[in-house]
Design a binder for this molecule. Structure first.
Ligand code: GLA
Ligand code: ZN
Length: 685
């Protein structure tokens, strides 16, 4: 659990009492929080300017009063460090805190998440702020966790960043010769003879319009560098806080598949991962599920915090649809099912001004509890209070792992060719969805994670194969695992330099194939995957799109061939026996139907079973602890469904035993406790 002071599922969210200078409202807030079962609030997220009047003057009395008032009523605090938006005085006195954007324009004061991560001023004052807060609140019993800054993100291209980048490069490459080689600078004669000749890659230099880079080497390094620069800022505050409160966990709120930061590195620096989930009305529920699993994967399956979600709607989407009745509850349980131990909202009371006045909140502008949204919040709050004890500290267990890698994604995005339409997250999601659709739990893992606990590992579009990874995959297969990868894999090393000797480079031997050419077609065009032996799972043919590898087998067996074009009849899906396992290659972007059927077949072959048989629109996940398994059955349909189950479950909401079939209403959820668990007894992780 996150804190033994509050050993339940945390329920609450971002609360900004400073926006109302009215004690009657504060009292009213607390009354309503208690009605809703709210047990924690996040305070102080954007209060830097209120907390610090100038270089030397700090003022925390108001903040302390809020913390204490809430605590007296049994409500704890997740205390933010307030450094997510710098004060106006700081920007005007110390312009180095202001970022330079991708176009090369120096920013003026305004907005948020706006400080240059390599500004000495920002680093100094942010660290000081964490130090001051730590000193002031270290003995405060209400504070259970630190929330550093808020949604770190964005890149800066200022002179401080350029200098820090050159220093970072010197440490990484030691000499310019190595750097020139890694970036392949002899191409277009970009050879560097002095470190100072290196400028940041932006619209004015290597990245032009910003879609691709002329030199992936420098652009890739700049992404790694900026992600690490922001992480260093987090680390500074983290260390300052730890000095005062070594016992308190520290987090910062992440954003799922957010493209700019390598969250696997961030996860290592955080005591607990937290993230903000803002799906739109049409976001596939499988994508929400995948993102939760990715966030869980950052700390190898430890529970995470759902730090923010809207109770009803956002303000920043083109159409800010309401969450339909029941959906807030449904998606909250979905987060829990995937490993969250908190359900928290942005925001608890709706602002009266500025851009978030139309963002949904637990307490609406009307100010009372007689609203649909508030009633739903109350209902969920009372349910969580009931079932927390059972669920807290349970874990998701999976035999399937999907590899996700931010650097790989950057390299794909930055590369010019073979297509503009390749979307890494979308391709990963297609593979994830196949398991989601079969109710098979998945872990999302990094290239640094251990693989041997899994039976099946899938690395969609593993364009970049880093040093040692091919060996790790080979060991996994030799010991009996099944590894699946796809088109556009094994092409480059960690500098985005092509591995010579034929695609898929370092994976060639493991896969037992050679890819001679890669054809690309606009997404409207299709070829076909013709299955050689259909068995009883696969159909005879499926469509495929976008990229088409022209494959020679070198030891692998052909499972399917192309149906048309000049490479009709040549291999498109292959399987290679290596040691006790096999390595499978899918040489094209196949339609979802193929991926679903093919993953089903592989799961069957490996004895990986579904938690429950599939019912359209119904998601099933499981968490378990102490030999006990809880099945979460989530009906994402806008109609009721009947689910067939075996006997032997207790419904943990009603306490009643469930028999054979179970009705779940539209947008409803059932959580069943297995009376006797055999599902997971032989699972190791
Ligand atoms: C982010 C931020 C919050 C708020 C919400 C609105 O998640 O962290 O401060 O702006 O978006 O959806
Ligand atoms: Zn900068």
């Amino acid at each position: 659990m996150i804190s033994d002071k509050l050993p339940t599922i945390w329920y609450g969210g971002d609360y900004n009492p400073e926006q109302w200078q009215d004690p009657r409202i504060w009292e009213e807030d607390i009354r309503m929080f208690k009605l809703a079962g709210i047990n924690i609030v996040t305070l102080n997220v954007f209060s830097w300017a209120l907390n610090q009047l100038d270089e030397k003057t700090y003022r925390f009395d108001d903040l302390e009063e809020h913390i204490d008032r809430l605590y007296q009523q049994g409500i704890y605090t997740c205390l933010a460090t307030s450094t997510a938006a710098h004060p106006a005085w700081m920007a005007s006195k110390y312009p180095d805190v202001l970022r330079v954007d991708f176009q090369g324009r120096k920013r003026a004061f305004g907005g948020r998440h706006n400080s240059c991560p390599n500004s000495p001023t920002y680093r100094h004052f942010a660290e000081q702020m964490a130090d001051q807060l730590g000193k002031r609140f270290k003995g405060n019993p209400a504070v259970l966790i630190w929330h550093v800054s808020n949604e770190y993100g964005g890149y800066c291209y200022c002179e401080n960043c350029a200098n820090a980048f050159r220093k970072w490069l010197k440490e990484k490459y030691l000499c310019l010769e190595a750097l020139n080689k890694a970036w392949n600078t002899t191409f277009w004669g970009h050879t560097f003879y002095e470190w100072d000749e290196i400028v940041v890659p932006n619209a004015l230099s290597e990245e032009g319009e910003g879609n691709v880079s002329a030199f992936q080497g420098i652009s890739l390094d700049y992404r790694i560098f900026q992600s690490e620069s922001l992480l260093a800022c987090y680390q500074l505050e983290h260390d300052a806080l730890k000095k005062h409160t070594p016992h308190l966990p520290i987090t910062t709120n992440l954003m799922g598949t957010y493209p700019e930061l390598d969250y696997f590195k961030w996860g290592k620096a955080m005591d607990i991962v937290s993230w903000d989930s803002y799906p739109g009305i049409h976001t596939p529920t499988s994508l929400i599920a995948m993102t939760h699993d990715l966030m869980r994967g950052l700390k190898q399956g430890q529970p995470f915090m759902l730090m923010e979600q809207t109770p009803s709607q956002q303000n920043w989407q083109p159409y800010n649809s309401l969450k339909r009745p029941g959906v807030m509850r449904l998606w909250s349980y979905q987060a829990i099912a995937h490993g969250a131990d908190t359900v928290m909202f942005f925001q608890l009371r709706r602002s009266i001004g500025a851009c978030e006045k139309f963002h949904g909140a637990v307490i609406e502008h009307v100010g009372h509890e007689h609203t649909r949204v508030f009633k739903e919040v109350v209902k969920l709050g009372s349910e969580l209070a009931e079932l927390s004890d059972k669920i807290i500290d349970s874990r998701v267990q999976a035999k399937v792992a999907i590899v996700y890698d931010w650097e790989n994604r950057w390299a794909i995005d930055l590369s010019s060719g073979p297509t503009v339409s390749l979307d890494y997250v979308e391709e990963v999601h297609k593979y994830y969805k196949a398991f989601y659709d079969h109710n098979i739990p998945v872990d999302m893992v990094s290239v640094n994670d251990h693989l041997l606990d899994y039976d099946l590992v899938i690395a969609p579009v593993l364009y970049m194969v880093k040093k040692g990874y091919a060996k790790k995959l080979t060991e996994f297969v030799q010991q009996g695992g099944t590894f699946i990868t796809t088109f556009f894999s094994g092409i480059v090393n960690e500098h985005d330099l092509v591995t010579l000797g034929g695609y898929p480079g370092e994976l060639k031997e493991l896969l037992g194939i050679w890819v001679e050419e890669i054809d690309a077609m606009d997404p409207a065009h299709s070829n076909q995957v013709i299955i050689k032996e259909t068995g009883n799972v696969l159909k005879e043919q499926y469509d495929c799109h976008l990229l088409f590898d022209l494959i020679h087998t070198e030891g692998a067996e052909v499972l399917a061939e192309y149906g048309s074009d000049f490479y009709q009849g040549t291999p498109v899906v292959t399987s290679h026996q290596v040691g006790k396992g096999k390595a499978i290659y899918i040489g094209t972007s196949a339609e979802q139907g193929f991926i679903n059927d093919f993953m089903k077949l592989q799961s069957q072959n490996l004895g990986i079973s579904s938690l429950l048989p599939k019912v359209e629109g119904v998601e099933v996940m499981a968490r378990s602890k102490d030999e006990k398994t809880f099945l979460f059955i989530l009906n994402h349909n806008s109609y009721d469904v009947m689910i067939e189950i075996e006997q032997g479950y207790l419904d943990i909401h009603t306490g009643e035993e469930q028999k054979e079939s179970l009705n779940i209403p539209a947008n409803g959820v059932s959580i069943l406790e297995e009376i006797k668990s055999e599902l997971f007894t032989n699972r190791s992780r």
